[in-house]
Ligand binder design. Structure first.
Ligand code: ATP
Ligand code: MG
Length: 252
């Protein structure tokens, strides 16, 4: 309950940090969310929905005429009883459902990451392979760098061109702290007590699967982090770690 109260209470002031929206089931049927859209301030928000409705065919209305605006840096809990439409809202915010009416958009230049209520892993990859999917962009910078470095061995190569490519990639590596990638992955997997690197994800328990999915998501460091009932299946120790992690890394 500490987690939930803390989360819901933190509808806070804007700051230069990632946003977080999480859903929590509650025994009432209430919606709790941030302020109504003010178009004049639109550029300040990381995400806006205006007169948003979602009707599932043939005629099931789960969201009706909802206007929400999220500042960067706020932590918002979305409350509602089972079936109230929490996951429906988060899927729209994650860009995974475009069957809505009204407007809903992530502000340009921002990234969004989403933990589904029932997270899916790639069954063709190991635990480590799934986690590495969260850092594929940084990994590709390192791969490009290694490719460029290999070109130095070619006696017919254009060394000026290679030098420029190398310099560009070194800047990108520095900006992304890419040399720390393996270490950061190890730290995250250890903190979330992920199963062994080479474990088969198709036989993981619900909690193990969620830890791998969370690890993949948190390493990808999205600007807007959407967590759908993130504590489901997690043991008390992992819930405690997650709460501390979100508080320390996202707090203004
Ligand atoms: N693809 C769909 N087609 C038809 N109905 C759907 C679809 N997805 C969800 N629903 C219905 O919409 C309602 C809201 O579902 P949603 O999953 O958003 O609820 P929720 O608030 O996340 O519930 P819970 O607390 O159980 O996770 C439910 O009645 C559900 O049956
Ligand atoms: Mg749900």
């Amino acid at each position: 309950m500490t987690w939930r109260n803390d989360l819901i209470a933190k509808i806070t002031r804007p700051g230069p940090f990632a946003g977080l929206v999480a859903t929590v089931s509650a025994p009432d049927n209430a919606w709790t969310a941030s302020s109504v859209t003010c178009p004049a301030m639109a550029h300040e928000f990381i995400y806006q929905a205006y007169k948003l409705s979602r009707v599932y065919p043939p005629d099931k209305t789960v969201l009706e005429n909802i206007s929400l605006s999220f500042y960067p840096g706020v932590k918002i809990g979305v409350l509602g009883s089972n079936g109230a439409g929490k996951s429906s809202l988060l899927k729209i915010m994650a860009g995974l459902d475009d069957g809505f009416q009204g407007e809903a958009r992530l502000t340009a230049g921002h990234t969004v990451g989403y933990l589904a209520q029932e997270p899916q892993l790639d069954p063709n990859k190991t635990v480590r392979g799934n986690v590495m999917d969260g850092v594929s962009e940084v990994q590709s910078i390192i791969d490009d760098y290694n490719t460029v470095m290999a070109k130095w061995a070619d006696p017919d190569a254009d060394y000026d061109k290679i030098g420029k490519q190398q310099a560009i990639l070194e800047d990108k590596i520095a900006a992304a702290d890419a040399w720390s990638l393996d270490r950061n992955v190890e730290i995250a997997m250890d903190a979330l007590r992920c199963p062994p690197d080479d474990a088969d994800v198709t036989v993981l328990s619900g909690g193990e699967r969620r830890r791998v999915a969370l690890c993949r998501l948190l390493l990808s460091r999205p600007d807007l982090l959407l967590l759908d009932e993130p504590t489901n299946h997690l043991d008390a120790e992992t819930i405690g770690w997650l709460q501390k992690h979100l508080t320390s890394t996202l707090a203004p």
